[in-house]
Design a protein around this ligand. Structure first.
Ligand SMILES: NC(=O)c1ccc[n+]([C@@H]2O[C@H](COP(=O)([O-])OP(=O)(O)OC[C@H]3O[C@@H](n4cnc5c(N)ncnc54)[C@H](O)[C@@H]3O)[C@@H](O)[C@H]2O)c1
Length: 375
């Protein structure tokens, strides 16, 4: 099979998994200069066909039809977490690079199989979330590295919601292994904290089970009941490599919606970040000992989901490491495993993995906007 070995001027993209989030990717990916979305695949071929037709993508079929294509360089894996490792490993074995939605896999063991498949094939794995590549978190990273808040001391990260069974048409996977609030929403906050303050070193946590059964609220399957397989409320205290201590709450059992709260306190100032599930938003700074918040202008990329694929393609072409990488995503899985162990055993649990520190992106990096080239 002859196929490009390096991603360069033309980047062939194949999308596997054409459900809810694929619409956003299929809107954004074609905007990235050089990207050519050639095929959509899903176990439900009619769904792949509908997604392809809506987005003007030439080919549609099963996952094997995308993975078997020689004109695909990067497979974008938007399947449910239970299929992330299987679909990703098949794509890697076929010689493609892979960028997958979060979490990297359901467990560290599954993630390690994926990482081994990438090493054996000499191909790369990228993983969501890529929101940290956006203007909001990158501006915060530049401020923290520049010393604006002084020495980081504390962080508070909070996602509270009654649960995605209220809006997702097929929410079962969000209450199964590889999800729950901790692994569905936690990756946005845990990835941001890791990039901004260094890896998590130690965890103390408590988890709580919510209702054993939930009901699909919206869409054609409304009224369908399903079993909940994972804890749905997590409180965890995290010690970060910088020495800062983060207090976190991730919940699908909250009557109150509080999305996107992320605040970092330093010896000189407090920084309130935009929602880490978004690529930009209000960034505010308050000097120590005052209540005088001021808005900080953000600079950087705002395209949305798909930025991680753009950065991966640039990194492959430049032969340098990419940012939304498997080490970072596997670290989030390690934190989740430590949370579960700490909750079960009522003790502190160390986290060993140590993803490399990341340099802030150039504020001018904005693929897919104003004709700026992706690389
Ligand atoms: N829905 C969102 O708002 C959202 C936002 C950010 C990230 N995500 C992530 O994106 C991923 C997908 O979420 P979703 O909400 O789009 O789910 P979804 O259930 O709406 O869609 C998943 C699709 O994957 C297909 N699929 C499952 N197994 C497959 C396999 N082995 N091969 C090929 N296709 C397969 C399903 O048929 C379905 O069409 C998840 O990892 C989720 O965490 C979702």
């Amino acid at each position: 099979m002859s196929r490009p070995t390096d991603v360069a001027d033309r980047v062939g993209i194949g999308v596997v998994g054409c459900g809810t989030i694929s619409r956003t990717y299929l809107e954004n990916l074609p905007r990235i200069p050089g990207f050519d979305v050639v095929a959509c695949g899903d176990l439900d071929v009619a769904r792949a066909r509908a997604a392809a037709d809506a987005a003007g993508v030439r080919h549609a079929g099963g996952p094997e039809d995308v993975i078997g294509r020689p004109d695909v360089d990067i497979v974008v894996n938007l399947t449910v977490p239970a299929a992330h490792a299987e679909v990703g490993a098949a794509a890697l074995r076929a010689g493609h690079h892979v960028y997958g939605e979060k979490p990297l896999a359901r467990s560290r063991a599954e993630a390690d199989l994926l990482i081994a498949a990438a090493e054996a094939a000499g191909r790369r794995i990228g993983s969501a979330p890529d929101t940290f590549l956006g203007a909001g978190i990158q501006t915060a990273l530049r401020l923290i590295r520049g010393g604006t808040i002084g020495r980081p001391v504390s962080a508070i990260a909070c996602f509270q919601d009654p649960g995605p069974d209220r809006w997702h048409p097929a929410p079962e996977f969000l209450f199964a292994a590889g999800a729950g609030a901790l692994l569905d929403m936690g990756p946005y906050y845990l990835t941001a904290l890791t990039v901004l303050l260094g890896p998590v070193r130690r965890v103390a946590a408590m988890e709580r089970d919510g209702p054993a059964e939930r009901v699909v609220v919206s869409g054609p399957r409304a009224g369908h009941r399903f079993a909940v397989e994972v804890p749905t409320h997590t409180s965890a205290v995290l010690e970060l490599a910088s020495g800062a201590v983060a207090t976190t709450v991730f919940s699908f059992d909250s009557p109150r919606k509080r999305h996107g709260f992320l605040e970092i306190g330093g010896t000189e100032a407090t920084l309130r970040l935009p929602d880490p599930n978004r690529f930009d938003g209000p960034l505010r700074l308050c000097p120590a000992g005052t209540d005088e918040w001021r808005d900080v202008p953000t600079a950087g990329a705002r395209l949305g989901r798909g930025l991680g694929v753009a950065e991966l393609a640039e990194a492959i072409a430049a032969n340098r490491p990419h940012r939304a990488n498997a080490q970072l995503a596997a670290h989030v899985l390690d934190v989740a495993a430590a949370v579960a162990e700490s909750g079960a055993r009522h003790r502190f649990v160390d986290v060993e993995s140590d993803p490399p520190a990341q340099e802030p992106l150039d504020p001018a990096w904005a693929p897919g906007e104003d004709g700026t080239a992706a690389g």
